[in-house]
Design a protein. Sequence first.
Length: 235
Amino acid sequence: MNRPIVLAIDGPAGAGKSTVAELLANELGYFYFDTGALYRAVSVRCLEEGVDLSDETRLGQLVGEIDIQVRPASVEDGRQIDVLLHGRDISHAIRTPEVDAVVSRVAASPAVRAGLIDLQRRQVQGVGTILAGRDIGTVVCPDADLKIYLTASPAERAHRRLVQVGGAPDRLGEMEAAIVERDRKDASRAIAPMVKADDAVEIDSDGKSIEQVVRLIRELLTERVATPRAAEAGR
Ligand code: CDP
């Protein structure tokens, strides 16, 4: 059987999803796709076009015409991936505080979510795929082989984000407040809210190193996936 293994990693902002997913993908030879980049790219477009975020018809039109490409990083300038919007490099533009401030509103739009779902499902490829986001285990890939819900306390997540962006220590409180507000919006929206899938394994990364989290997920994958696959191979 050649069906790709699907690993879903969901959880709030700054829990370490992308770092863990990238390491795992490298170790396992899996393809990693950051679904948050899509919502961020749509947000960049909305900001540039001055779109009224309460106008579902306009959002549906915009997402229907949008051309977003996500590729492995081609430049070593701190980016994790290349993101192109109609061919233009927006890899850094998707990470600005302006985008952080609107992305949860954009992501709460039913038209935007409906417009991005097929693009996400089409990413499942090769021997294995890791999709990271908020609703992968619940909506995008409910049949994923393993679902992880990665969390950490807001203080820890704000601290990691501060280090990531090289911000001054006195911005910690402001960052934590922004993260908590984004979590609140993501968890309370009517469609595909951020929530742990019933069959997901929750990992609290507070006090755990990235390596420890990666090892834990590898062990779970071996338990869940390698055993049934080995059994299939022997059939
Ligand atoms: O990297 P960070 O954890 O800050 O966020 P992200 O994964 O880039 O996602 C940015 C935003 O996109 C989230 O706060 C959600 O509002 C939205 N998102 C979503 O709704 N569903 C996903 N599968 C991924 C992201």
